[in-house]
Ligand binder design. Structure first.
Ligand SMILES: [Mg+2]
Length: 91
């Protein structure tokens, strides 16, 4: 384990948390792929529940997004405003 955080890692000075966000997005994609590949059935062959895993990975992505926004000086109000507008288009 590296003692000095690499760039883009949590604790670094360059875009802290960005690498974790990408990692978590990958995990979310993996579970979504399993769910799609499983024909929407939530019981996975490895014994896990894909609905629960999807919720966990969404939570991980939300946490990573929030960390990246806070740690890199992004405007939370602008982000939430755009997110709400985007969500409205889905409805
Ligand atoms: Mg995760």
């Amino acid at each position: 384990v590296a003692e000095i955080p690499g760039p883009y890692s949590i604790g670094s000075d360059l875009w802290p948390g960005l690498s974790r966000l990408v990692e978590e997005l990958g995990e979310l994609s993996q579970v979504a792929g399993k769910l799609i590949g499983n024909g929407g059935e939530t019981a996975h062959y490895d014994g896990t529940d894909l609905r629960a895993r999807l919720a966990e990975e969404i939570a991980d992505v939300l946490a990573a997004m929030s960390f990246v926004a806070d740690s890199n000086g992004l405007d939370h109000q602008e982000i939430e405003k755009r997110a709400e507008a985007k969500r409205d288009t889905y409805e």
